[in-house]
Design a protein around this ligand. Structure first.
Ligand SMILES: Cc1ncc(COP(=O)(O)O)c(C=O)c1O
Length: 451
């Protein structure tokens, strides 16, 4: 853990500090945790108080550290280590496979782990082809482009989503058409889709959000009825199913992210999966600058370097070995948070299960009800003071300043998106989170609400 810079204490000699003597300090209440920093609360001769960092050396060095105040008295405050919103679990074969990459020299996208990861991941979601790329945004860009839609064609997508979804649509010169989301699953309200279908509609982009899958049966039915393609963003849904069928198996083309906060990670990474060999081939070409096999540097089309490295894929293979275990762990974490918070007034907690699936808690997402007199931004600030890392919910596409400046979505209202984007946030949810950290996070939330 990085040490914060040592702070000099010029005020020590002129401050009256109420504490023990000889620089010997009382013991930390939680012996298991490493102090992130050592803080002392001092009161000066005018009676005003201030908080100052002494440093974060091991306790054994405090007495021998030059400049460490001696013979003082004061209140020593231990700062609990900050709990990050996400920490991955890399305790399986990750190191072994990474060393293998270095020992064999396979560090670029040419190595054997890339194919292995593609084959194993595609098989895991029941698809014929997997095309690994550098992140979950790039795969969306490539997936949309692979469909060869025409400029101005419309793609229906949720107003509540990550920016990557809409930029992929815009990148291909297509028109995003929004629908609001459901108030409790935060997924697109599929009942609103049909009314948005026009003669220019060519595709529906579904985005499974936070832990429960989109109502796919209705989407599939609409796609069949109106001859629409489905782009399925399953970035957050590793190991999740919809009525027993894996998420990522529903789209004409489906995508995943392997960013460090996902159930399985390659640090940065993504994958397109599909059963269509033509779409797969096109994605392979698009990710590799559209080099042509026969005349490499002669291009018929524009592509990108979206390749995933063998090093990243090696991580992916090691992580995939433990996906089932990760899903169990995340569900256990979700259940424990719910147990600890279910009596607390004013919180909308995640739905544990619906008819289609059991929540996999990509993140433990909470919405503050109206009775809480402040919004998610304020809640996150207050939790930060307790050393708890959080993240806000996505912000509605129709409220993005860059689109508003262009007059896009003018006059459009998506009330659920507007409410949850202001009132929603998530607690530390990573696989590296310990039970003690989870309990501390829940306690901090309760303390903030208790005022
Ligand atoms: C639903 C969804 N789609 C796409 C992405 C983008 O993935 P990446 O961060 O790997 O570019 C994310 C990232 O969290 C996501 O949650």
């Amino acid at each position: 853990m990085a040490s914060p810079a040592r702070t000099e204490l010029p005020w020590v000699s002129r401050s009256k500090i109420v504490f023990n003597s000889n620089g010997v300090v009382s013991r930390r209440h939680d012996q298991a945790a490493t102090p992130l920093g050592l803080f002392v609360f001092v009161t000066d001769s005018q009676g005003s108080s201030s908080l100052a960092t002494l440093g974060c050396e091991p306790e054994s060095l405090w007495d021998s550290t030059p400049g460490f105040p001696r013979g003082i008295t004061g209140n020593l405050i231990y700062m609990d280590p900050f709990i990050p919103v996400n920490e991955p679990d890399l305790s399986g074969n990750e190191k072994k496979y990474l060393i293998e990459c270095i020992d064999t020299g396979w560090i670029s996208s040419e190595g054997p782990y890339v194919t292995k990861f593609e084959e194993q991941f595609a098989a895991r979601v029941g698809r014929k082809h997997g095309i690994a790329m550098c992140n979950g945004t790039a795969v969306l860009v490539a997936a949309v482009r692979a469909l060869k839609l025409s400029p101005g064609d419309e793609v229906i997508m949720p107003s509540f989503a990550i920016i990557s979804c809409i930029t992929a649509i815009l990148e291909s010169g297509l028109k995003p058409v929004l629908v609001d989301c459901e108030p409790r699953t935060y997924n697109a309200d599929v009942a609103q889709i049909e009314a948005k279908i026009t003669p220019r509609t060519r595709a529906i982009m579904v985005v499974h959000t936070y832990g429960l899958p989109v109502e796919m049966n209705r989407v599939l039915e609409l796609a069949r009825k109106h001859n629409l393609r489905i782009i399925e963003d399953a970035a957050e849904m590793h190991g999740q199913t919809y009525h027993g069928k894996p998420c990522g198996s529903f789209g004409d083309i489906s995508t995943f992210s392997f960013y460090a906060n996902k159930h399985i990670t390659t640090g940065e990474g993504g994958m397109v999966v599909t059963d269509d060999p033509a779409l797969a081939e096109r994605c392979r070409s698009l990710r590799n600058l559209c080099f042509q096999p026969a005349r490499r540097f002669v291009h018929e089309e524009m592509g990108w370097n979206f390749r995933l490295t063998n090093i990243q894929a090696a991580l992916g293979v090691a992580q995939l070995e433990r996906l089932d275990q990760f899903v169990v762990t995340k569900r256990r974490m979700g259940a424990l948070y719910t147990e600890l918070l279910s009596g607390v007034k004013g919180l909308e907690l995640p739905v544990a299960r619906n008819a289609a699936a059991e929540n996999i808690y990509w993140v433990y997402a909470i919405v503050l009800m109206e009775e809480i007199p402040f919004d998610a931004a304020e809640m996150m600030e207050r939790l930060k003071k307790h050393g708890i890392g959080t993240r806000p919910f996505f912000w509605g596409m129709h409220e993005q300043p860059m689109f508003q400046r262009q007059g896009m979505f003018k006059g459009e209202k998506y009330p659920v998106t507007e409410r949850i984007s202001r009132r929603g946030f998530y607690l530390p949810s990573g696989l590296g989170l310990t039970e003690a950290q989870l309990r501390r996070s829940a306690d901090a939330l309760k303390k903030v609400l208790a005022g």
